[in-house]
Design a protein around this ligand. Structure first.
Ligand SMILES: C[S@@+](CC[C@H](N)C(=O)[O-])C[C@H]1O[C@@H](n2cnc3c(N)ncnc32)[C@H](O)[C@@H]1O
Length: 297
């Protein structure tokens, strides 16, 4: 039995999961693979450190240090929320809105104007980098994506992920700009009235809900990435009510929310003057994203 296979068995036993053991071995020794005969001591030690962290309750994604999101492999650590599958769906909604925006003539009646998008509370950069990587297909108009966060720590992680994207896909990375600040305060005032898309997965957990979250989440992911305030709707309300000022006349707002918030937030969007307001469901059929357009066309 090779040392790698033995290590795999030990790791799987300790974690009680063959799948997690496989993930960790792949992360600790990406070039060796389980078939490798020898495992250098420093690699075995690193693996033991990872197992200890996981056994102490840390989320698998932080222990691995990277996590897949749509087409990207993102660095993640405790400075940022772990990107979730439901947010991948939010990106699909946002890409759809950008495609519709690309078909509309711009103010100069040309189709080559630059589209402007903003991801508020970008965290690891999951949404903004995905938009940059996936919206720029051949023939689509130029795109500029602002990735904002009020946490300097989170923006540092987004910056690392942007640098990684720049290594493999410099053209997509060149579409992204980072900016620090609270929600729309991070943006240059000249963008007001010019955004084709505002997208956000803001904190939407209430302070009381946070107390009873799964400890894997509550004790490790940043509280400020999860908790909005006493109702949980505070950040959503700020973003929905300020978005009309920043969006172009045909611009769209896409926000992730919890199912029980959908009705209230959709009502708020309608009262803020959005003409077309829809709530979209995730793969499990739960209402998870609000799509609101400034005009009905
Ligand atoms: C739920 S996390 C989303 C992270 C990432 N967009 C994703 O979907 O995985 C919310 C993010 O909003 C940021 N945030 C919290 N309050 C903010 C504020 N007032 N202004 C800007 N960003 C804020 C947090 O730092 C965190 O990165």
């Amino acid at each position: 039995v090779s040392k790698a296979a033995q290590l795999y068995r030990e790791t799987a036993d300790l974690l009680g999961s063959g799948a997690e053991a496989r993930w960790m071995l792949d992360a600790a020794m990406p070039h060796l693979g389980i078939a490798g005969q020898e495992v250098p001591d420093d690699v075995a030690q690193e693996l033991r450190r990872m197992v200890a962290r996981r056994r102490a309750g840390e989320p698998l994604q932080y222990v691995l240090g990277t996590w897949a999101f749509r087409t990207l492999e993102l660095r993640v650590d405790r400075r940022v929320l772990i990107p979730r599958p439901e947010t991948e769906q939010v990106v699909s909604c946002a890409l759809e809105e950008l495609r519709s925006a690309a078909l509309r003539p711009g103010p100069t009646r040309t189709r080559t104007r630059t589209l402007h998008a903003v991801d508020l509370g970008t965290g690891s950069g999951a949404i903004a980098l995905s938009l940059a990587a996936e919206a720029g297909l051949d023939g689509s108009p130029p795109l500029e994506v602002w990735a904002t966060d009020d946490s300097a720590d989170a923006l540092a992680v987004a910056g690392d992920n942007l640098s990684l994207l720049a290594c493999t896909d410099p053209q997509s990375a060149g579409r992204v700009r980072l900016a620090q600040g609270s929600w729309f305060d991070a943006l240059h005032p000249g963008l007001a009235g010019n955004l084709d898309l505002v997208v956000s997965n803001p904190p939407y957990v209430s302070a009381a809900e946070w107390q009873v979250l799964d400890p894997v989440v509550r004790d490790h992911e940043p509280r400020e990435a999860l908790v909005a305030g006493d109702t949980g709707r505070e950040a959503l309300e700020t973003i929905v009510s300020l978005a009309p000022h920043w969006l172009a006349p045909h611009g769209s707002l896409v926000v992730e929310l919890a199912p029980h918030q959908a009705e209230a937030v959709a009502g708020l969007a309608a009262s803020c003057g959005f003409a077309g307001v829809e709530v979209r469901s995730d793969l499990a059929g739960r209402p998870r994203a609000l799509v609101a357009r400034r005009s009905r066309e």
